[in-house]
Ligand binder design. Structure first.
Ligand code: PNS
Length: 164
């Protein structure tokens, strides 16, 4: 039984995240999609809203025999990973620019918990420029985000940002 944690802010979940989860589901028996309860960062959606959007979105992906579970965590990722008896942490890499930061985190995490591996996965090229931050910025300024996030997320963003 191989269990992975896919941690992140997911504010909101994008099609890039879903692509990583779908790919990861071929490698693991269970993936826990873990929403960081971030207190310091400005978030558009509450943790509950982010979890709700993930639950809705996961219903749309083909995960085969892999069990997908949504959870949230606070504090040190590695402590949470140990509590969950995880074997690995999954992170998506879009471009080389992601790699430096991700490598730094992965090595720091490995120092905390050498038993838990970080697995970097490449999202489909079509999502290589998609980030939650840019999706929020473009949408709030009136741009289109169709095809970059699930339709349910777009709808929730419309409601949240009072757009018609
Ligand atoms: O989606 P994000 O915002 O890039 O995710 C970042 C996340 C949640 C993976 C990272 O901030 C994290 O692991 N935070 C938990 C606190 C922690 O363990 N920090 C040390 C990381 S080396």
């Amino acid at each position: 039984m191989r269990r992975a944690i896919y941690p992140g802010s997911f504010d909101p979940v994008t099609n890039g995240h879903l692509d990583i989860i779908e790919r990861g589901s071929k490698l693991f028996d269970e993936i826990i999609i873990a929403v960081l309860v971030n207190t310091e960062k400005e978030a558009l959606f509450t943790v509950d809203e982010r979890r709700g959007m993930l639950e809705e979105a996961l219903a749309l992906i083909a995960s085969g025999f892999c069990r997908l579970r949504v959870d949230s965590f606070q504090g040190l990722l590695m402590r949470y990973a140990v509590e969950q008896h995880a074997d690995a942490v999954v992170r998506g890499i879009r471009a080389i620019s992601d790699y430096e930061y991700e490598l730094q985190m992965a090595l720091m995490n490995r120092r905390q918990e050498p038993r838990i591996e970080t697995v970097f996965m490449m999202a489909a090229e079509a999502y290589s420029y998609v980030s939650s931050r840019l999706v929020k910025e473009v949408y709030s300024l009136g741009g289109t985000i169709e095809g970059l996030v699930p339709a349910t997320v777009e709808e929730r963003m419309r409601v949240k940002l009072h757009k018609s």
